[in-house]
Design a protein around this ligand. Sequence first.
Ligand code: PMV
Length: 304
Amino acid sequence: MTVARAPGKAILLGEHFVVHGTGAILCAIDKYATVTVSPRDKGVYVKSRYGELEFHDTDLKGAPEHHRPFLNIATELGMKVDTIIDSQIPPGVGLGSSSSCCVAGAGAMLNSSRDGVIETALRAERSVFEGASGADTAVCTVGGIIEFRNGEHKVVESDPILLAIASTGRIHSTAKTVEAVRQYRERNPKEFESACKQVKGLVGDARNALDSKDLVSLGAHMWLNQELLKEIKVSDATIDKIVEAASRTSYGAKLTGAGAGGCVIALVDDSNCQRTLEAMRACGAEAFSVKTDMDGLRVGQTLS
Ligand code: PMV
């Protein structure tokens, strides 16, 4: 039996734009998906919050979306396994639920916490959403804070940060919002190009803010990024309301992930975390705080 545990993620800056070649900064969070695999005689068995499935095929096209990534990994590696997924990460709200599961699945089946994991997990993720940038997969594997651009990641040497997170409770489809942004770009090429340029600048500045532990500056850049996300129409009235409320008490707030529902993150520290969570709850949102996970993927026979 092999157990693997991978963190979820929040995108501090650059979602959507990263699909179009800008950089992004991501942070692994201390909410986890755990995948346990053990050998079986034939086929692949998958059990998760979406139910159970026994699979004896090699053609994955018709396999249910939620189970397909694990079947993809097992088929690729020629493994016959029982795969049990247990996740603390709420699905479909931008906190890296699917990436974290793919990374833990790849880690467990490869019995490795790094070698080949990012690539295997990304192929699994792309078996469901072809357009995934790979940013989530990278940060859920290596942990900490990373800068991601065009398939490459660099670890940002930073202290852990604290985020207050509010869920709108509305699940989004990343594929649909990514397609909506592609259409926005087609209709508004000049505006989109200008927004991408600004995001590139914000990502560079935010990286400097992290290097110098300047939360005020980092938060201000997150807020500016939110304005650009509004411009490309992935924010909505509920997100805007929570961002506005959280901006009064935190260093800066924005949506995280695909938007159109999902979650809002606010950069906080111990001095303003509780006030920010209360401000988020006053908007009717479910709110909780998370810290940066510094370990990334862990793999073993047991995880204590
Ligand atoms: O909401 P999520 O966790 O699926 O975030 C996706 C982030 C995007 O930039 C919109 C897509 C991607 O693959 O980077």
